[in-house]
Design a protein around this ligand. Structure first.
Ligand code: BGC
Length: 359
């Protein structure tokens, strides 16, 4: 491989046989502060290199100007394609115009890039379904439905107090997760089985800028003080991401909640190792949503390689992801709910985490 790459001209177009011919692909990731993006970046890089491409992988530590200049640099260095997981999906319009002017195709990675015609394809998960799964995991923990969302005979009548958290308002995924979750919770709220005691039911109230755990911790502390100082307890918390769940857990611990009967049911996303431990060992988190970043990397790399070879990539959704300019052709993967009972089956048997890592 190395020998044949060396023989190819630098920056030349990818050859039709699937070998990258040493062409450069720029990969822009949002931040290293969350494990999943580290795994995403690693998987995309390894898979592109295995196809014979060179990779410029950059992380922007959630700083928008940094991400924009990283992408500018990739264009200047002669990248032939870009794979981008945006920080704020609305801030790349100008830099992607520059990419288009240089005929560089762009694959939006996991997060839709908005307000631009200059994105070729989108690789992600079924994000609305992720939201449904998050809500179903809370409902399941409260004994109201099974993990597929089917009602359970003889389920308790409640009422259960729940609180709602959403992701970053500048991330297109956050509203998809929220909508999926709210549509799932709504009948239970309307029936009075669930009560959002703080009355903070709007996305804007629930949103957590940059998915930041400390921001979520502060909001949970405020809710506990303003709404639960009368001695009532929160029974469930909808959380859209493991880092947010851990902030919520800290707020609860600081407020004197202990694991056991009074500990609320908390959802999550990403199967980050600390949260998997909290599910498998301490019970502080009830569930997470597993999105296999290795498979997402494969989907994005396959799309990129196809575009570079003037082939049509496989897509399975041409309806749901309107970026404000057009409906971006998408390939969406499936996600899975992880609870204590299936940690081994879903995460260990798939090789995502080892038994030792989980502890
Ligand atoms: C991703 C989630 C992730 C969140 C925070 C979202 O765009 O889809 O998997 O939890 O960003 O990083």
């Amino acid at each position: 491989m190395v020998v044949s790459l060396a023989a190819c001209s630098q920056g030349g177009a990818a050859s039709g046989d699937g070998a990258g011919g040493g062409a450069l692909v720029g990969v822009a990731m949002p931040t290293k502060s969350s494990e999943r993006w580290i795994q995403d970046g690693k998987a995309v890089k390894e898979q592109l290199e295995a196809e014979g491409y060179k990779v410029d992988l950059q992380y922007a530590e959630d700083d928008i100007p940094t991400q924009v200049s990283q992408i500018e640099n990739m264009i200047t260095k002669g990248a032939e394609a870009l794979i981008i997981a945006s920080i704020d999906g609305t801030t790349l319009t100008q830099v992607l115009q520059d990419a288009a002017d240089a005929d560089i195709p762009v694959v939006a990675y996991d997060r839709l890039i908005r307000d631009t015609p200059n994105v070729s394809y989108y690789a992600s998960f079924d994000n609305y379904k992720v939201g449904q799964q998050q809500a179903n995991s809370v409902l399941n923990g409260l004994g109201l439905v099974d993990l597929e969302g089917a009602p359970i005979d003889g389920a308790p009548a409640g009422p259960f107090n729940i609180e709602l958290f959403a992701g970053s308002p500048d991330d297109n995924n956050a509203t998809f997760f929220w909508d999926g979750a709210q549509d799932t919770l709504k009948p239970f709220i309307e029936a009075g089985t669930l009560v959002v005691k703080s009355e903070q039911t709007d996305f804007e109230q629930a949103a957590t800028l940059r998915w930041d755990g400390e921001t979520a911790q502060k909001r949970m502390e405020n809710i506990l003080t303003s709404t639960y100082s009368d001695g009532t307890k929160v029974n469930g918390v909808l959380s859209p991401y493991d880092g947010i769940s851990r902030g919520i857990i800290s707020a609860l611990t600081d407020a004197g909640y202990t694991t056991g009967d009074e500990w609320p049911i908390i959802s999550g996303q990403d199967a980050e190792i600390d949260s998997v431990k909290a599910i498998a060992n301490t019970g502080e988190q009830f569930a997470t949503i597993f999105k296999d970043t290795r498979k997402l990397a494969t989907a994005a790399v396959e799309m990129t390689v196809a575009v570079l070879n003037d082939e049509e990539p496989e897509v399975n959704n041409e309806e749901d992801y309107d970026n404000g300019e057009f409906v971006v052709p998408s390939y969406l993967l499936d996600s899975q709910i992880v609870v204590k009972d299936n940690v081994t089956e879903v995460l260990v048997e798939s090789g995502y985490w080892t038994e030792e890592e989980i502890g």
